[in-house]
Design a protein around this ligand. Sequence first.
Ligand SMILES: Cc1cc2nc3c(=O)[nH]c(=O)nc-3n(C[C@H](O)[C@H](O)[C@H](O)COP(=O)(O)O)c2cc1C
Length: 242
Amino acid sequence: MPKLLTILLSGLIFGLAACSSPPPAKAETPPKVAGAAQSAAEQTTDKEALNNAGANNEKRSIKMNTTANQTGKAIVVYYSRTGENYSVGNIKVGNTAKVAMEIAKQSGADLFEIKPVKAYPANYKECIEVARQEKEANARPQIAVAVEHFEQYSTVYLGYPNWWGDLPMIVYTFIESQDFAGKTVIPFVTHEGSGLSGTPQKLRQVLPKATVTEGLAISGSTAQNRPDEVAKKAAELIKQKG
Ligand SMILES: Cc1cc2nc3c(=O)[nH]c(=O)nc-3n(C[C@H](O)[C@H](O)[C@H](O)COP(=O)(O)O)c2cc1C
């Protein structure tokens, strides 16, 4: 079957599957991404730093800037993938990352990127398959960099792409590795048709001692290409902090 037809058919199948499956697979500049949380003020747009951070998949832990920690009571934690993706092409900054950075910028929250020890394939179709297998196996992929002093945060903006109508399994790895008792979790998802897919409810089940807000969904292509819309949505989400 010609490649284009295969992709189109995949899209149709995903669309039919109650809009909770991955759609089929277009590009840009990264923000800063270190391992540990940083204040929005510490963020840079240094492409090299991003690339270096992304290339280093060793398990490690990075000390946070203590000055930032003293002031930061909220943190934006997110997972986001670069490479080939549906509707946005080959991206250097993930869709969810764009929203995460805007939330951190507007709210002054620290920023932490969940990085896998084993990077997900940059190829969209390959990634779809890996993610499907992980979901089926209820896998808990390892995280390369640990967040430090998570206890100091009372609000966690939690960002992830919709993968197969669920959170990526690596986000479960993160939430199960931390104590969320008493924290407010504000979910935000980027997607290509499935929206939140009930993920706030799933989070409530996994985090019974946390308060999980209704959250917010934004399409990946909007996140990638419409900064004004991202700014509006981020402001909307921040209001959920109460
Ligand atoms: C493995 C995988 C599974 C996906 N599954 C869905 C899905 O079930 N529903 C949906 O609307 N979009 C799905 N998508 C599209 C992503 O949710 C969307 O492109 C998102 O904005 C990607 O965010 P990121 O760039 O931060 O990784 C999937 C994408 C991938 C790579």
